[in-house]
Design a protein around this ligand. Structure first.
Ligand SMILES: Nc1ncnc2c1ncn2[C@@H]1O[C@H](COP(=O)(O)OP(=O)(O)OP(=O)(O)O)[C@@H](O)[C@H]1O
Ligand SMILES: [Mg+2]
Length: 363
């Protein structure tokens, strides 16, 4: 006797998505379930990119099905990503982008750009379509931190086609102004460039656009937060006290513009010497403490690794050049949390895409 579909669904309802802490049935991740006498075919979709831990879902579903009475030995399980995003109908800009992530801080030099690049690349490595916007008009660094394969070009109607670097779509002031010249722009001109980057670039269909904010919480940052339909913000800090005060400013800025803060990343947290001893050079536990005090999640800590700095100078970010390094693993885990939080945020707001046809169980 062939298996009953409901029996299979009941079994699948015991399997949780690795990052969403909800089961695949109530999350409506079963796209297709076919049962023939000798074969079960299950097609799953994930609202987050296919990080290795998410892919394990397929194996766990196979296990629970094969443990059922009368289960055939031929069980096919496939999984694909269908990253959730907000509907673009009400937007004036970035209509083809599902999620927009701001990477910001109240202070300079706390690894915002490094974090933006490594988060963007981790999401891309997991199969997502990702763009990155360098909003640091005065001090653009992304064309150096990445390896540019295609320069931006001018498209029809004076619109800019973004550059392509390390598989990411990229736009940066660094492409348009010779090094050193950007610093002489006046404030309103800078805001004008930021608006152009949002409205006048042919961003293709993207699951995520990561925006690397300039340091601080001034006019440009505020303009950006008001003009870009940002889904959520990530705030970077180092463990020092002065940096932590600036985290509160950045969190307050996003609160003012009603942008959810997805969490705090502590960078340059510690250094591990060759003998394995960890040195907390700039202090310990500050990032987690400030996240707690600000009522936002703590996304993780990234250790000091000279290869991170070198990779930034050479256009070879750590998650690509040394994917096994502790700092790379940290960035991947942070990216998983960011993707999971965005998915949950979209679920909460009812932003499921058409293909997610069944109702999400709100319980
Ligand atoms: N985990 C790390 N280990 C070692 N060096 C790092 C690490 N993270 C960042 N750096 C280095 O610290 C410096 C500052 O990083 P980054 O440029 O990303 O900061 P930022 O916040 O974007 O700075 P700015 O405010 O100027 O835009 C860079 O030289 C970078 O390579
Ligand atoms: Mg920067």
């Amino acid at each position: 006797m062939a298996l009953d579909k409901q029996v299979v669904l009941d079994a699948l309802s015991t399997v949780k998505h690795a990052d969403l802490d909800r089961d695949v049935v109530s999350l409506d991740l079963v796209k297709e379930l076919k049962i023939k006498r000798k074969l079960v075919h299950l097609s799953l979709r994930s609202p987050t990119p296919l990080f290795d831990e998410v892919k394990l879902l397929a194996g766990r579903c196979r296990e629970v099905i094969s443990a059922l009475d009368g289960a055939p030995t031929d069980i096919e399980v496939e999984i694909e990503a269908d990253v959730l995003g907000a509907p673009a109908a009400n937007r004036r800009v970035l209509k083809d982008v599902r999620n927009i992530i701001a990477v910001a801080s109240g202070k300079g030099g706390v690894a915002k750009s490094t974090s933006a690049v490594n988060i963007a690349l981790s999401l891309r490595q997991a199969g997502a379509r990702v763009g990155i916007l360098d909003a640091d008009i005065y001090g653009p660094s992304l064309p150096t931190m990445l390896t540019v394969d295609e320069e931006p070009t001018m498209g029809a109607k004076q619109r800019i086609n973004p550059a392509v670097a390390n598989g990411l779509f990229l736009i940066s002031m660094g492409f348009f102004v010779p090094a050193g010249r950007a610093a002489i722009l006046r404030g309103p001109m800078v805001s004008g460039y930021v608006s152009q980057f949002l409205a006048n670039v042919n961003w293709p269909e993207l699951d995520y656009l990561v925006i690397d904010y300039p340091p601080g919480t001034g006019d440009i940052q505020l303009t950006l937060s008001q003009q870009a339909p940002i889904t959520g913000a990530v705030v970077c800090t180092t463990p020092q006290d002065v940096a932590l005060i600036d985290v509160e400013k950045a969190v307050a800025m996003f609160d003012t513009t009603k942008i959810p803060v997805l969490g705090v990343i502590e960078t340059m947290s510690y250094f591990t010497c060759d003998h394995g001893t960890r040195y907390h050079i700039f202090g310990e536990g500050g990032g987690a403490h400030i996240a707690d005090r600000s009522g936002v999640p703590f996304l993780g800590e990234v250790p000091i690794d000279p290869r991170v700095a070198r990779g930034g100078d050479d256009g070879e970010p750590i998650v690509e050049a040394h994917p096994e390094a502790e700092a790379a693993v940290a960035y991947r885990n942070i990216s998983r949390s960011v993707a999971a939080q965005l998915a949950l945020l979209n679920i909460e707001r009812g932003n499921y895409l058409e293909s997610f046809s069944l109702k999400w169980d709100a319980s």
